[in-house]
Ligand binder design. Structure first.
Ligand code: ADP
Ligand code: ZN
Ligand code: ZN
Length: 742
C-alpha cells in the first residue's frame, strides 16, 4: 500500500508516515489519526513502500481533491521549520489562509460560486424559429448583453427578464446552452484605491535600476538587490516596471509590504497597472476573501501578489521576482507563533525559486547596508527626488533649552506653534507625529510618586480620555481614571507624558478654526475608517493630522508641507540594540512626508538630545552617519550583522519556576559549549525588560555567536531536554533573529 509523509498540524517536531490505498497528490490536506484524535495533515511526499509489513496507520479522509499549495513550497516549509525550531505542520498551517487552515473539524471556507450560461454554438447558428417566445427573448437578451462573450452570469439575465429562469432550463434541455457553476471573486479593492498613471519616462537612475533588474530576471538566478532611494525618489515605479518586465516573460511576482496601512497604497498602484492579474493577501481581508485570493494564485489567474508578511507564502509554483518594500521595518517580524521574518523569508524564497529579490528602502537596515558594502547585495541608488524636489529642511528644537520653566504646552515649542499657524494661514496641511497613542503615557501619584500599573503586567497604564479609561496596552486591562493611589491612598493622581489623544486635544484648543483629525490604532478602529481619514487628508478636508507611527509610513500627500515631531526621544533609551537605528529610520520616514508636492517641505523635530548622532543625522538626511556609528558598535559587541542571536524566553505564572528553568537552561548550554569547545556566548538569564505580562513572568536567555549553524545546534540540544528543564508549567519560546527583546 502506498505510504505518505504527512506533516500534522500539531506541536510535533517532525512529520509522520501514513498509508492510503489510492494515489494522493502532494500538497493536499488529509485527516489522520494521532493518538485518539483525528487531526489535519498535509501530504508532503510519497514514500517508498515498506518491504516488511510494519503497522502504519491509514489516512482517515482526504480534505482536498487538488493541492492547496504547490510542491515547490515544500523545501521552503522544511527549511523554515528547522530554522525557526517550529513544527513543520504548524509552519504550513501558518502559511495557509485562515479559511483553509482547518482544525480537526475540517471547517473550511467555501469559495463563492455563481451560475453562468454558456452558449453551445454561435448565436447565428441557433435555430431560433422553433423556440418558445420566452426562450427567444432570453437568447436575444443574451446577445444584447454578452458583449461578444459566449458566457454570462445567469443572474444578469434573470434580473432583466423574470421569464429567463424557466426559459434557460428549456434551452439547456434542448442542448442550446449549458449552465455551469463558476467561482466569483469578492473584490478586495474598495473604490477608495486611487488610480495612478504610468509616467511616460523614467529618470536616468530609475532606468539604470530597472535595466539591472531586467537582466537579472532574464538570467533567472538568485541575486539580491538593495534599492536605496530617498523618499519620493520613485522606488515604487521601479517595482512596477520590473514587474511589467517579469510578466512579459510569463513569470510571477511577489511584493511584500511591512503592514496593512501600506498594503492599500501599494495595492492601488499595482491594481492601476495590472488589474485582474493582481491578488492581494493580508490580514485586512476576511477569511473568505483571502481564500479567494489564494485560489486565484493557485489556479494561475493572478500573476502578481501584493501583501503583508504572510504573503511570502503566496502559492506561486514559480517566481520571476520578489520585491520587499521598506525592507528595514521591524514589522516584518512575526511576534508570536511561528516567529519568522517576512523580509528574510522573502530572500530565502527567491533563493529557492532561483530568481532575483529586490529590497527597497529610504533607510536600509544596518545589516543590508553592510551586505551591500561587502558585495553580497548589489546596490541600486535613487539619490534624488522626482521632479527635482529638494529634501525638506529639518530643524532640531532642543526642548530642554526652549521650555524651561514653562508649564503650559511644554510639548509645543514657540517655533512649532508659529509654523503651524503659518501653514494654516497659507491653507497648507501639517502632520504632527507623536509616537504613543492615548492621552497621557502614565498616571503618577503626586504625593508619593507611585506609577499606576496594570494588575496583570508590570507596565504603567495609559490614560485614554475619549474612552474615559486607563488601559494596559499589553493585556487590555482597564480601570476608571478617577482612582486613588494604590500605594498611599492619595486622590491626587494625575496623567503625565503625552500621547496622540492629548496632542489632538491641545491642537483643537489652540487652533479652533483648524480641521483636525487623528490617525492611530484607537481613533481608527477599522481599515475602512483608516482609509476614510487618509482620503480626507488627500482631498484636503483636513488641516492638521495628528498621528502615531501609522501616519509616518509611506503616505504621499502633496499638500503636506510641515511635519512636526513632538518628541523624538522616546525610542532612543529603550534597552534594545536597534534603538538608535529604529529611531533614525522613523525620523527619516516622518521627514519624508513633508514637501512631496510642488512646495518645499519643512520638518521640526523636538528633542531633549539635540546632539545625539541619530538627531544630527536626521537633520542632515545622512543614513551613512548612523550606519557608520552602528556598524562600529555592533562589530565590537558581535551583534548582527557580525553575529547572530537567538532569544530563549521562559514564561509562566510562577516566578520561581520560570527563573529556575531559565537558570537550568543556561547551565546546560554552558556545559555543552565547554564540552565541545565552542565559541558562543550565553547572555543571562535575566528577567525580560517587560518582566510580567498578562500574569506571566518572563525571563530570557540570549544565545550569541558568529556561526548560525552552531547556535541552531545548541538550541536543538536544549530543546531535547525541554521537558526536564521546563516541566509542564513553564513555556519556552525560541525567537531566532529577535527584533523585540522587551
Ligand atoms: P518613493 O516610493 O521612492 O517614496 P514614489 O514611487 O512614491 O517614491 O514616487 C514619488 C512620486 O513620483 C509618485 O507620485 C510617482 O508617481 C512619481 N514618479 C515616479 N517616477 C516618476 C517618473 N519617472 N516621472 C514622473 N513621475 C514619477
Ligand atoms: Zn501615592
Ligand atoms: Zn496588562
Amino acid at each position: 500500500m502506498p505510504l505518505y509523509e504527512v506533516a500534522v498540524a500539531a506541536p510535533l517536531p517532525g512529520s509522520l508516515t501514513y498509508s492510503h490505498p489510492q494515489r494522493l497528490p502532494v500538497g493536499i490536506r488529509v485527516l489522520v489519526p494521532l493518538g485518539s484524535r483525528l487531526v489535519v495533515g498535509y501530504v508532503l511526499a510519497q514514500l517508498p513502500e515498506a518491504e516488511e509489513a510494519v503497522s502504519i496507520k491509514a489516512v482517515a479522509d482526504c480534505l482536498d481533491a487538488y493541492p492547496v499549495f504547490p510542491a515547490q513550497l515544500i523545501p521552503f516549509f522544511r527549511w523554515m521549520a528547522e530554522y525557526y525550531h517550529h513544527p513543520i505542520g504548524e509552519v504550513i498551517r501558518t502559511a495557509l489562509p485562515a479559511g483553509l487552515s482547518g482544525t480537526s473539524s475540517g471547517a473550511a471556507a467555501k469559495a463563492k460560486t455563481e451560475t453562468v450560461v454558456r452558449l453551445c454554438a454561435p448565436l447565428s447558428d441557433q435555430p431560433v424559429a422553433a423556440l418558445k417566445k420566452s426562450e427567444q427573448k432570453t437568447l436575444e437578451l443574451f446577445y444584447q448583453c454578452c458583449g461578444g462573450s459566449p458566457v454570462m452570469p445567469r443572474r444578469e439575465l434573470t434580473k432583466l427578464y423574470s421569464g429567463a429562469t424557466g426559459a434557460l432550463k428549456g434551452l439547456a434541455a434542448a442542448g442550446l446552452i449549458t449552465l455551469e457553476e463558476r467561482h466569483v471573486y469578492r473584490d478586495p479593492f474598495g473604490e477608495l484605491l486611487p488610480y495612478s498613471d504610468r509616467p511616460a519616462e523614467l529618470t536616468a537612475e530609475q532606468t539604470a535600476a530597472v535595466s539591472a533588474l531586467s537582466t537579472a530576471i532574464d538570467a533567472g538566478a538568485f541575486q539580491t538587490f538593495l534599492l536605496h532611494g530617498v523618499t519620493g525618489s520613485g522606488k515604487t515605479e521601479v517595482y512596477l516596471r520590473a514587474t511589467e518586465h517579469c510578466l512579459a516573460q510569463k513569470k510571477n511576482v511577489l511584493v511584500l509590504v511591512p503592514e496593512l496601512a501600506l498594503a492599500s497604497q501599494m495595492e492601488g498602484q499595482f491594481y492601476s497597472r495590472f488589474g485582474e492579474r493582481l491578488a492581494v493577501l493580508h490580514s485586512g481581508l476576511s477569511a473568505g476573501e483571502r481564500f479567494d485570493q489564494w485560489q486565484r494564485i493557485l489556479r494561475g489567474e493572478a500573476k502578481v501578489a501584493v501583501g503583508a508578511r504572510s504573503a511570502v507564502f503566496a502559492p506561486f509554483a514559480g517566481l520571476g521576482l520578489v520585491i520587499v518594500d521598506e525592507e528595514h521595518e521591524a514589522a516584518y517580524k512575526q511576534d508570536d507563533g511561528l516567529r519568522y521574518n517576512g523580509r528574510d523569508m522573502a530572500v530565502l524564497r527567491a533563493r529557492f525559486a532561483s530568481c532575483p529579490v529586490l529590497l527597497g528602502s529610504a533607510t536600509p537596515s544596518v545589516g543590508s547596508f553592510y551586505h551591500a558594502e561587502q558585495g553580497k547585495y548589489r546596490l541600486l541608488a535613487l539619490p534624488k527626488r522626482i521632479g527635482g524636489q529638494v529634501m525638506p529642511t529639518v530643524e532640531l528644537i532642543d526642548l530642554s533649552k526652549e521650555k524651561r520653566g514653562r508649564k503650559e504646552n511644554w510639548f509645543f515649542s514657540d517655533r512649532l506653534l508659529a509654523a503651524l499657524k503659518e501653514n494654516l494661514a497659507a491653507n497648507l496641511q501639517s502632520l504632527l507625529f507623536v509616537n504613543r497613542r492615548g492621552y497621557a503615557a502614565f498616571m503618577l501619584c503626586r504625593d508619593c510618586g507611585a506609577v499606576v500599573r496594570c494588575r496583570n503586567c508590570r507596565v504603567s497604564l495609559t490614560l485614554h480620555r475619549g474612552r474615559n479609561q486607563l488601559i494596559c496596552h499589553y493585556c487590555g486591562y482597564t480601570l476608571r481614571p478617577d482612582i486613588i493611589c494604590p500605594d498611599c491612598g492619595s486622590g491626587d493622581v494625575a496623567g503625565l507624558g503625552l500621547g496622540s489623544e492629548r496632542v489632538e486635544a491641545e491642537v483643537r484648543r489652540l487652533f479652533p478654526e483648524a480641521r483636525v483629525a487623528r490617525l492611530d490604532s484607537d481613533a481608527t478602529g477599522s481599515r475602512r475608517e483608516q482609509l476614510a481619514v487618509l482620503r480626507q487628508v488627500r482631498e484636503q478636508e483636513i488641516d492638521i493630522l495628528v498621528g502615531t507611527q501609522m501616519a509616518a509610513k509611506g503616505l504621499h500627500f502633496p499638500k503636506v508641507t510641515l511635519v512636526g515631531v513632538v518628541w523624538a526621544d522616546s525610542g532612543l533609551s529603550l534597552p534594545d540594540c536597534k534603538a538608535a537605528e529604529r529611531t533614525f529610520q522613523l525620523l527619516a520616514q516622518v521627514t519624508g512626508r513633508a514637501g512631496r508636492g510642488e512646495l518645499a517641505g519643512k520638518v521640526i523635530i523636538q528633542t531633549h538630545q539635540s546632539s545625539h548622532y541619530v538627531l544630527t543625522a536626521a537633520r542632515a538626511h545622512d543614513c551613512r552617519a548612523v550606519y557608520e556609528q552602528e556598524i562600529a558598535l555592533r562589530s565590537m559587541l558581535g551583534y548582527p550583522p557580525f553575529g547572530r542571536l537567538i532569544n530563549l524566553r521562559f514564561s509562566g505564572e510562577n516566578e520561581m519556576q520560570v527563573e529556575a528553568a531559565a537558570k537550568a537552561a543556561a547551565v546546560l548550554l554552558r556545559a555543552v559549549i565547554a564540552q565541545n569547545s565552542l565559541i558562543a556566548d550565553i547572555l543571562g538569564p535575566a528577567p525580560a525588560p517587560l518582566a510580567l505580562i498578562k500574569n506571566r513572568f518572563r525571563w530570557q536567555l540570549l544565545l550569541k555567536g558568529a556561526q548560525p549553524e552552531m547556535l541552531h545546534w545548541l538550541c536543538d540540544q536544549l530543546l531535547r531536554e525541554k521537558r526536564k528543564i521546563c516541566g509542564k508549567k513553564v513555556r519556552l519560546t525560541v525567537d531566532v533573529d529577535p527584533e523585540n527583546m522587551m
